[in-house]
Write a new protein. Structure first.
Length: 278
């Protein structure tokens, strides 16, 4: 696969070009690292697939664009969402498919934050769903989304299902999405005005089986001590005017769930400490 990037949509001056193999073992997907892109620029890119055996067969180019983070103070807009194609509600072409993505794209955001559940591997997509008003929601159905995913092919099929939607594909091709390798929790500085803190509220949490009895410890971790310490430290260090926190579950605690009103227990202890610090 050939990937080319340019600061102009005519591609007369290509600033980056790279070949990446898209092979069966990765389900014909590939990643390319583009570094040292100019700040605050609209970057246009195109990619083409080429037959590795003969080198003669080349696909039509797929074209997209992204906007890099600015180096100066300027207005920034972004959108966020989550929970794509969950609980059996999939793509209904008669209703315009996943129209939320089309609406977000029309606002021309600088970037997109997906807060979790980009797929629902444990939920199937039936052919029809009854709506509260009596109408019928008619899903696109696939073999992979007809059963709960228990294999690698099944998980890949969940991602493929979402990409059947034209709105989602168009959005992905034109709006940067924050997704990086390695540790989930991190800080992303988007220009001098905005720091985005992405939290991991899944990897380090304990079972919290009986929050009324659990004191703070491994059973009641949510962020976990290391992530909590990092987050507090980075919040104090941040000089950005806007500090945006992206988390997969609500960043709050309900005191009424504790043994005594006005106190916290279980995972609430960690969140209460964080909210008090903030």
């Amino acid at each position: 696969m050939l990937i080319e990037a340019s600061t102009g949509d005519s591609f007369k001056d290509v600033c980056h070009a790279s070949y990446v193999d898209a092979l069966p073992e990765t389900d014909f997907t590939a990643k390319a690292l583009l570094e040292n892109l100019p700040a605050g620029q609209d970057i246009f890119y195109r990619l083409r697939f080429q037959d590795l055996l003969s080198g003669q067969a080349v696909s039509e180019p797929a074209v997209g664009q992204l906007r890099t983070a600015p180096a100066d103070r300027r207005s920034i807009s972004f959108v966020w969402s989550g929970d794509t194609a969950g609980q059996g509600w999939g793509i209904d072409p008669a209703r315009g498919g996943m129209r939320t993505y089309a609406t977000m794209l029309r606002n021309r955001p600088d970037f997109f934050v997906h807060c979790g559940d980009s797929i629902y591997a444990d939920c199937t997509i039936p052919a029809q769903q009854k709506m509260p008003n009596g109408e019928t929601w008619r899903n696109v159905v696939t073999e992979e989304k007809s059963t709960v995913a228990t294999t690698l092919a099944g998980y890949r099929g969940n991602y493929k299902y979402n990409l059947l939607d034209a709105n989602l594909r168009e959005f992905n091709a034109n709006v940067p999405i924050f997704a990086e390798p390695g540790r989930v929790y991190r800080k992303i500085s988007y220009g001098p005005l905005l720091d985005l803190f992405m939290l991991d509220m899944r990897s380090y949490r304990g079972p919290n089986k009986a929050p009324r009895k659990i004191q703070y410890g491994p059973d009641a971790y949510l962020l976990g001590p290391a992530q909590l310490a990092w987050f507090k430290r980075e919040l104090k260090r941040s000089t950005a005017i806007w500090k945006v926190i992206a988390s997969g579950t609500p960043l709050g605690t309900i005191a009424a769930s504790s043994p005594d009103a006005g106190t916290t227990a279980g995972r609430g202890v960690e969140i209460a400490e964080l909210l008090a610090f903030m």
